[in-house]
Design a protein around this ligand. Sequence first.
Ligand code: OAD
Length: 248
Amino acid sequence: MISEKLVQKLKNAKSVAVLTGAGISAESGVPTFRGSEGLWKKFKPEELATFDAFIRNPELVWEWYNYRRKLIQEVKPNPGHYALVELENLVPNFTLITQNVDNLHRRAGSRNIVELHGNIEKNYCIKCGKRYDDVNLALEMKVPKCDCGGLIRPDVVWFGELLPVDQWEKAEEAASNCDVFFSIGTSGVVYPAASLPQIAKRNGAYTVEINIERTDLSWFMDEVIIGKSGEILPEIVKKLKEALAQKS
Ligand code: OAD
């Protein structure tokens, strides 16, 4: 199932970049956003994941984020997350760009992580910007307030908001300069994140998609591997280790 071409590309790669989406955490038990069981089938993003929604009803928005925060705290990284930690150790330069806010890549042990959509375990005051990264703060109060009186919000990117500039710049640079680019467990419909595989492709990277089904990005990928990331990624790492062992 894993092509020899991909193994050779990885073996010779100086730089590898990976974009992950909700699908990589699906096998940990974190719901994805789209698809028949997706969060956006049951909940309305305009009521829960916009700045206007937060100002209108901060209690409801906090309830939603506390529900997801609790869910995430109760699950563990899966073999897909751990395989990416191994991959980081096997290639000279590695950047893990994630759209996920669930912190599971960090908990698995990945180091060079770019968080495009923020992190659900972090918060900040909308008035003075003071950071509140104590994860339990939000679980204790219905609507957490800053010392200055301002509302505290989760440090996640909502619809209509810009991505953190420093994170986007790192992502764009990694995509532009990599030899192999993976798009894993993302539907590829939310921009600008979804433009990264195209940036990589334009700059000559070998582009690979891993997903349980074809996506809007599949048509231009050099390889599309249909399957669960928690099964495919460990297989890729195993094959790469075998190939690297042959070299020495
Ligand atoms: P989606 O829910 O749109 O897509 C999840 C993708 O994962 C789908 O293409 C599934 O087919 C795939 N998938 C599911 N299980 C899988 C598995 N075990 N292995 C591999 N693939 C699997 O999630 P994202 O693409 O991450 O934004 O969504 C992008 C953004 O939309 C999110 O970051 C979030 C959301 O609104 C913000 O919160 C700003």
